[in-house]
Design a protein around this ligand. Sequence first.
Ligand SMILES: [Zn+2]
Length: 237
Amino acid sequence: MKEIVLEARRNLARANRILYLKGIVDGFGHVSCRHPEIAGHYLISCNRAPNLVKEADIVELDEESNPVGGDTRRLYLERFIHGEIYRTRPDVQAVVHSHSAAMITIAATDVSVKPMFHMAGFLTRTAKFDIREATGRETDMLIRDHDLGRHLADTLGPASAVLMVGHGSTMVGTSLEEAIYRAVYAEVNAGMQLGAMRVSDRVRYLSETESDLATETNRGQLKRCWDLWCEEVDIDA
Ligand SMILES: [Zn+2]
């Protein structure tokens, strides 16, 4: 296997541990990255709790979210979230799906998630997906096939995040570092927003322009967080 692929697999194992360390995932939730050499393919762990994921657990899935090379390991049921987003968003290099609590709490209300501070400016464009409305029926809430994945990817559109009512959220990034950063700060922001909304119904959020300017600045700072978090989860991948 080429070094560039090995490096992607190592970083993906680290990303899994980081998301657990930061409380974004528990036994559930998953993160993927686009294959560094085959644009239609992506890398994701086999069906394991994120904090247990090692480099050897990473599988390569094709455009249809099927395993490459006859890999028979059990896969995540909701891998179609990742596959359909990679199909519709060529700019996306990494995807995080989680069930983090504050994001779900806001999704259950008629209030939109909004950026409270400069670290979360990317939330100014956030979509909201209600599986009941999308399908016109009641389901187990999971994105368990291509059709549901496509519905979710269509709802995400050009946004950086999609809230999933009664379920969780999915964040995308133009790099693995950015997707992890967004997943962490979206949950921090959602907790702050819920706190502010308890105190006042006149909360001052970032404007779209402030959000865009902050997002641009932070894009150059991602490595600082990534390096710190990698150090914290230092593993023998
Ligand atoms: Zn889920």
